[in-house]
Design a protein around this ligand. Structure first.
Ligand code: MV4
Length: 449
């Protein structure tokens, strides 16, 4: 087992990882930018190391500073958390070159899933269902239009270097194909330095359902049930839950089998997520794989009764997986509490947190790095806490969530709490009747004063 882990991240996930390391008797090193010098991840780690000024590119993304911190503190492993360097193939390789274990997949596995056309081709070979579309890059307009006609409009153009919604264009009719392709190529080129685009049938009003998976160093794979992440706004997830109210036992089995096939196809090592689009007929299609721990991992932890950060660390140290050890029980929901104003288009609302009182009690968990008097820096994302509840049934979990949302007190900033409270009372949400389109049509009722 590792003696000392450097956490190459900040905020709640850095604290989350440090907590598990403490339980495992592993020493921790925090890295921080000058904007985070008073952060809880810095205070709770055994050692800390300043890696630069506030901007991410000068601190949390600076590979050489982080690697130097690991060498100086003699850390034998690095946990990247999510975001920042978590899916950076070059960073994973640099860690290996220095003899420091990157807690996650190999550089080759990151690369196999990072390029979306390659990932899709790998899934086709592994007999995992994919969305009908082009098997190669679209370089020729005439060929692209011919293929789009065969697939049938609407189609969607996606960047092979993209993911999470960046560099996508829906094309409703042939007249719009050429201009959309040019615009999407330009956008992808600027955003990723790779203008490569591919084509798919556009699935209207799908659900976003993802399966938590893991693979060990011996070729074994396991899945840990699904999460429904359909409640998103502009590709930002706001609520995640497990199990999905749309998934029945037959579909759950199919999703789990497909997800395990995907893991085995690339001999994946570590924890990861297979994202599926599920259509109204319960047809499901591989969309992409996230080769990192995700924000919403606690939802799975609560239904499986499993510390996924511990599992990541154990897998990196050579643990063998056994599917039969894991089965879901009950319902868990997570609400992301962001420093944003839901009455003003979710506009960021950084500032100082005053009169903070977290909720607690039976079935309630808060993963957060904030405290009373904490100043939210404007340089990073706006998530300040994850409120996770567990119940025996979905409605029990929803009502517990309402109670816990009302119990939290946060002054000084605007948060997404009023949004979540209105959502928990929405009849379509309560009955499980929602798709990824749900929030486009959701209207907040007036702010009470
Ligand atoms: C799609 C799609 C419909 N059809 N692909 C958005 C994020 C990126 N991972 C892929 N996305 C989509 N791909 C086909 N062929 C609809 C979306 C999509 C979406 C997916 C999941 C969650 C929210 C979404 C919101 C808009 C569009």
């Amino acid at each position: 087992m590792f003696q000392k882990i450097l956490i190459a991240n900040r905020g709640e996930i850095a604290l989350r990882i440090i907590r598990t390391c403490k339980e495992m008797g592993i020493k921790t090193v925090a890295v921080f930018s000058t904007a985070d010098k008073d952060s809880l991840h810095v205070k709770s780690a055994d050692e800390s190391f300043c890696i630069g000024p506030p901007a991410s590119k000068d601190s949390y993304l600076k590979m050489d500073s982080i690697l130097m911190a690991a060498e100086i503190t003699k850390a034998d492993a690095i946990h990247p958390g999510y975001g920042f360097l978590a899916e950076n193939e070059i960073f994973a390789r640099k860690c290996a070159e220095k003899g420091i274990k990157f807690i996650g997949p190999t550089p080759e596995q990151i690369n196999a899933m990072g390029d979306k056309i390659t990932a899709k081709a790998t899934m086709i070979k592994a007999k995992v269902p994919v969305i009908p579309g082009s098997e190669d890059l679209i370089t020729d307009i005439v060929f692209g239009k011919k293929l789009a006609k065969e697939i049938g409009y609407p189609v969607i153009l996606k960047a092979t270097a993209g993911g999470g919604g960046k560099g996508m264009r829906i094309v409703w009719k042939e007249e719009e194909f050429e201009s959309n392709l040019h615009n999407a190529q330009a956008e992808a080129g600027a955003a990723f330095g790779n203008a490569g685009m591919y084509l798919e049938k556009y699935i209207e009003e799908p659900r976003h359902i993802e399966v938590q998976v893991a693979g060990d160093q011996y070729g074994n794979a396991a899945h840990f049930s699904e999460r429904d992440c359909s409640i998103q706004r502009r590709h930002q997830k706001l609520v995640e839950e497990s199990p999905s109210p749309f998934v029945d036992d037959a579909l759950r089995k199919k999703l789990g089998d497909a997800a395990k096939k995907a893991v085995k196809a690339i001999n994946y090592e570590g924890v990861g997520t297979i994202e599926f689009l599920v259509d109204k007929h319960k047809g499901f299609y591989f969309m992409e794989m996230n080769t990192r721990i995700q924000v919403e991992h606690p939802v799975t932890e609560e239904v499986i009764g499993l510390d996924l950060i511990r599992l990541q660390i154990e897998l990196a140290a050579g643990k063998k997986l056994e599917q039969s050890e894991y089965f879901p029980q009950g319902c868990a929901i997570e609400c992301r509490i962001n420093a944003e104003n839901p009455f003003d288009n979710f506009k960021p609302s950084p500032g100082k947190i005053l009169n903070y009182q977290p909720s607690g009690g039976y079935g309630v968990r808060i993963d957060s790095h904030v405290y009373n008097g904490y100043m939210i820096p404007p340089f990073y994302d706006s998530m300040i806490a994850k409120l996770i509840v567990k119940g025996n049934t979905r409605l029990e979990a929803i009502d517990r969530m309402k109670r816990a949302l009302k119990e939290i007190k946060i002054d000084g900033i605007k948060t997404t709490i009023p949004f979540h409270l209105q959502l928990m009372d929405n009849e379509d949400f309560r009955s499980g009747n929602f798709t990824t389109k749900f929030l486009e049509d959701f209207e907040m009722s007036e702010e009470d004063s």
